[in-house]
Design a protein around this ligand. Structure first.
Ligand code: UDP
Ligand code: MG
Length: 321
């Protein structure tokens, strides 16, 4: 780990079609960093295949300010991979990640840096105000954390997002994880280290619109749960056992009806209903097994999880194309 100039703080920002946000965010961050007397810092935008003016806006900043860098992906790989690329390339003694849309208040970065200077190794944040994010998002977020915490080994705290500070030690640990389906929110709590929580009120998105539709969030949630836990597979077995038991009891009842009464022909409805129901359950269970199998398949190919088109930071990584 030989670095020519020691950088105290790296800021990592996944950016996908955020042309209206990058300049404002960079200016606010620089103000905060200057107020904290951060001697040297870098702000790294990861352009996750934007189709608007995001990249040229970043390049405009980068030509005049040498603390600003970018990593341009060859296409859209998704928020988590943009984050991973940022962590892989950041050179700072602490790395702070936040969203590009100013929902994560840059002012909080000051508190993060203070806590880190006092010895914290992970400063993670908890979103406080639920009204801001809308009914559906709130409901889906709530159900996700409820389910995730029942199904995973280490609980994920509600409202924690990818807005956090990581000490160099933690970043180097994460760099060694070669997971193809990364879910940092589930991974970081399992790592240990000295973790400190910070509560905050989210701001409204400054410009542009959310990239997470309900369908995308559903996918994100399933990926999150199945990336950090194998418990859904046990759940499948319990559910299977439960319905096998029900079927057995119903079978006993059917035999009783056939042997001791003469009402045996009725019951077509219950028959078709239970067949369809059990068929549906089986589909779900096959789906759960399929998700894990698919993840193994992708992982076994060991392809790079993201592909870089261009970047302005020196890199010592083997997996950049
Ligand atoms: N983002 C990204 N790649 C994507 C989708 C989103 O890098 O495929 C970035 C986006 O630019 C933003 C952050 O991830 O900085 C969070 O996205 P967004 O604000 O749309 O999500 P929300 O806050 O609505 O959950
Ligand atoms: Mg947002």
């Amino acid at each position: 780990m030989n670095r020519l100039t020691p950088i105290e703080i790296s800021i990592v920002i996944p950016t996908y079609n955020e042309e209206g946000n990058v300049q404002v965010l960079a200016a606010q961050l620089q103000e905060v960093l200057a107020a904290q007397n951060v001697a040297s810092y870098e702000i790294i935008f990861i352009d996750d295949g934007s189709t608007d003016q995001t990249l040229s806006n970043i390049q405009a900043l980068q030509t005049t300010q040498n603390q600003i860098h970018y990593i341009q992906f060859s296409r859209n790989f998704g928020h988590q991979y943009a984050l991973k690329a940022g962590l892989d390339h950041a050179r700072g003694n602490a790395v702070i990640s936040l969203d590009a849309d100013l929902q994560h208040p840059p002012a909080l970065v000051a508190t993060m840096i203070q806590l880190w200077r006092e010895g914290a190794q992970v400063v993670y944040t908890r979103r406080q105000d639920k009204q801001q994010i809308g009914f559906f998002k709130n409901l889906s977020a709530k159900s996700f954390y409820w389910l995730a915490n029942r199904l995973s080994e280490v609980p994920i705290e509600e409202g924690t997002a990818d807005f956090r500070l990581l000490d160099r030690k933690v970043v180097d640990t994460i760099k060694n994880f070669k997971e193809s389906h990364l879910f940092l929110r589930g991974l970081i709590p399992t790592l240990g280290f000295k973790q400190v929580a910070l509560d905050y009120q989210p701001a409204a998105r400054f410009s542009g619109k959310t990239k997470y539709s309900l369908a995308k969030m559903f996918h994100f949630a399933i990926n999150g749960i199945t990336s950090s836990s194998a418990k859904p597979l046990y759940f499948a077995i319990y559910l299977g056992l439960f319905f096998a038991l029900l079927a057995f009891l119903y079978g006993c009842y059917a035999i009783y009806i056939a042997v001791f009464t003469d009402a045996a022909i009725t019951g077509w409805t219950s028959l078709i209903a239970s067949v369809l129901f059990i068929g549906g359950i089986q589909m779900i269970l096959i789906g759960i097994v399929g998700i894990y199998l698919g993840k193994l398949f992708v992982q076994s190919k060991q392809r790079p999880t993201y592909i870089i088109q261009a970047l302005t930071i020196p890199s010592d990584l083997a997996n950049d194309a």
